[in-house]
Design a protein around this ligand. Structure first.
Ligand code: APR
Ligand code: ZN
Ligand code: ZN
Length: 369
């Protein structure tokens, strides 16, 4: 079958919308009609060349959709089911899947540029296209592993389901699972875009008493106040480490989160943590940028530096739980969507992200036009 998709042929060049050949789902795979796909910075890291990738590639890893067809042996979903798409296809059998860390699945990582069996489903002539996160959801349709499909309630809006597929789980999970923020804590969040806003919401849910939004965009800071931030700090206008210390009684924050992805912001997050505090890194830093973290400071100040991938979530149980949290009104996800685009407008959508538009943009229309 044919599908329209947004293709990255060359880093630094716009995505090309074109028709590709999409194979039938193989055993253990599912054909999904994409319903929504989020404009996340992880795709930009590849588009800009900040992080290397096998090209050509169909981007899109924050998605949701409706199952149209299943390959042999698929029992977890059936045609008509609404699904959140997970950009880690946890195999269920490796060391990490068996020890409660499916977000770190070895089989998924070992096949990071292909499907789980090492082959491709998207083609044009003799070219094979890498599916980002085995999802490739910047497309009308995609074939994905059945383990990437997380069934969700029929009444969960597809754009919310897509956000749960990346920014919500990544952000809320970083706070509640990776860092384990406890009530009364002080929290500083460096980078308040789609993922950072969900770190802020996670901190609020965890009962943090001070939630300091740190961003170079005044618009992002103002927007963050609507999601639970209690203070704002702009590193362009003041010594942000000093300001965070002032807000936290001279100590520094109990927990800090880096949610942009750069040498500079990782260093800020580390420096903003108090003695004995924890800095959790969520953003993906460009290849070759190595933050300067002084190991003596780590030792003498007993800081903890942690990485958080996909919010350390157990994807198949945590995403439905997060969907419940939205349904019960604990997560303000509707207000987070600031732009809705057609697939054809994807390059404009990424320009808006880079230019600092607040909140999350989402592709909600995929029809031929
Ligand atoms: N200091 C503080 N904030 C910054 C800085 C800086 N030096 N530079 C940029 N920012 C802010 C931007 O103004 C924006 O508000 O970081 C925010 C980034 O938000 P988005 O572009 O929406 O990125 P998002 O999709 O949230 O992803 C953030 O998480 O999952 C990873 O790969 C992803 O590395 C990326 C990070
Ligand atoms: Zn993402
Ligand atoms: Zn596994």
């Amino acid at each position: 079958m044919k599908t329209k998709a947004a293709v990255l042929y060359e880093a630094g060049s716009p995505l090309v919308i074109e028709e590709l050949e999409l194979d039938e789902p193989k055993s253990g795979e599912v054909l999904v009609k994409i319903g929504s796909a989020g404009i996340c910075r992880s795709d930009w890291h590849l588009m800009s060349g900040e992080n290397a990738a096998r090209l050509p590639m169909v981007l899109g890893h924050e998605g949701s959709g409706t199952v149209e067809e299943v390959g042999s042996g698929v029992t977890v979903v059936k045609p008509g089911d609404k699904v959140i798409l997970s950009f880690v296809a946890s195999c269920g059998h490796c060391y990490y899947c068996n020890t409660g860390k499916p977000n770190l699945c070895d089989k998924h990582m070992a096949t990071s540029t292909t499907m789980l069996d090492g082959t491709y489903r998207l083609h044009k002539g003799d070219q094979d296209f890498t599916p980002m996160g085995k999802l490739a959801c910047f497309a009308q349709r995609s074939v994905v592993p059945d383990v990437s499909c997380i069934p969700c309630p029929d009444d969960l809006p597809l754009e919310i389901a897509a956000m749960i597929g990346c920014c919500v789980t990544t952000g809320v999970g970083a706070v509640t699972i990776t860092a384990g923020v406890v009530p009364g804590s002080s929290v500083a969040v460096v980078g308040c875009g789609g993922v950072g806003l969900n770190v802020i919401q996670g901190a609020k849910l965890s009962g943090a008493s001070k939630i300091i939004a740190v961003d170079i965009s005044e618009g992002a800071l103002e927007f963050a106040m609507g999601f639970g931030a209690t203070h704002t700090v702009n590193p362009k206008q003041q010594d942000s480490v000093q300001r965070v210390k002032e807000i936290t009684n001279g100590l520094g924050a109990d927990y800090t989160f880096e949610v942009f992805g750069s040498k500079e912001t990782v260093e800020l997050a580390f420096d903003m943590a108090r003695k004995g505090g924890t800095a959790t890194i969520v953003g993906i830093t460009p290849d070759g940028q190595i933050p300067e973290i002084n190991p003596s400071t780590l030792v003498r100040q007993e800081k903890t530096l942690k990485g958080s991938y996909y919010g350390s979530a157990r994807l198949h149980s945590d995403m439905p739980r997060i969907a419940e949290m939205y349904a019960s009104g604990q997560l303000a996800l509707d207000d987070m969507v600031t732009h809705r685009y057609h697939l054809d407008e994807i390059n404009e959508a990424y320009q808006n992200l880079v230019n600092g538009d607040v909140g999350r943009g989402i592709i909600t229309k995929f029809d031929d036009r």
